[in-house]
Design a binder for this molecule. Structure first.
Ligand code: 6GU
Length: 227
């Protein structure tokens, strides 16, 4: 899958996604992440891409033209149904289901805004989806874009190895993960539950299921009503 990110902070995206599993997936060519610097499409000599809002008010607004030109510079590489996702707290809240549906695509474009927002006309012209990562406000869309890319990429076949993908079931079945332990068998007087040392696989499986259910009930009861 190919991810194209339109942003004023290309380094933030590149740096943030050049570690661990996502780095390996890029190196192996399973995914690619291309950043497009919106500022490269500014037409003035100071490379400004923002201006004062019509009607007044605080802050600056990103201009339509550089965003549009940045998008047009990659348009020829995109698949026919390639979505253009604008990261904004006004969008629909991102969740595992959205990650799953995006992971089945050939490519996607992510548009990151800054300042007080982007001129509405270019949003109307190019954006197909508006996505938020939760009810709070970030200084820009980049951290949200990285979140989406990470969550989508790990669902693409080959990105996770067998062991890594084992963790997968977690949110897919709306249950939280059971607690995990490793050596030593006792830490600060706290013992690993006996059943995990018993070697009795049936009992271990049963215990883990109960723990997953109990934890979900305690920490995220809202997930159980979805189930
Ligand atoms: Cl997608 N962008 C910004 N700027 N803030 C956010 C967000 C996105 N999602 C939650 N807060």
């Amino acid at each position: 899958m190919k991810f194209y990110v339109l942003t004023l902070f290309t380094d933030m995206i590149k740096d943030g996604l050049s570690h661990s599993i996502i780095k390996r997936a890029c190196d192996e060519g399973i995914i690619s992440i291309e950043t497009i610097d919106i500022r490269d499409f500014a037409k003035n000599k100071h490379r400004h891409v923002d201006d004062y809002p019509y009607g007044g008010g605080a802050g600056m607004v990103m201009q339509a033209q550089p965003v549009y030109d940045a998008y047009m510079s990659i348009k020829h590489k995109l698949s026919e149904n390639c979505p253009v996702v604008y990261m904004t707290p006004q969008g629909k809240t991102f969740d595992q289901r959205k990650a799953e549906s995006l992971s089945k695509l050939e490519d996607m474009v992510i548009l990151c805004g800054h300042y007080e927002g982007i001129d509405e006309r270019v949003i109307e012209e190019i954006v197909t989806d508006e996505v938020s990562i939760g009810d709070f406000v970030l200084t820009g869309g980049e951290l949200a874009a990285m979140t989406v890319i990470d969550a989508v990429a790990r669902l693409i076949p080959g990105v996770l190895n067998k062991e890594e993908s084992f963790m997968d079931e977690s949110f897919t079945d709306n249950l939280l993960e059971y607690p995990q332990y490793t050596r030593p068998a006792e830490f600060m007087g706290r013992k690993v539950p006996d059943v995990l040392l018993s070697g009795h696989h049936k009992n271990i499986e049963k215990w883990r299921k109960e723990q997953a259910y109990e934890r979900t009930l305690k920490k995220r009861p809202d997930l159980l009503s979805k189930k």
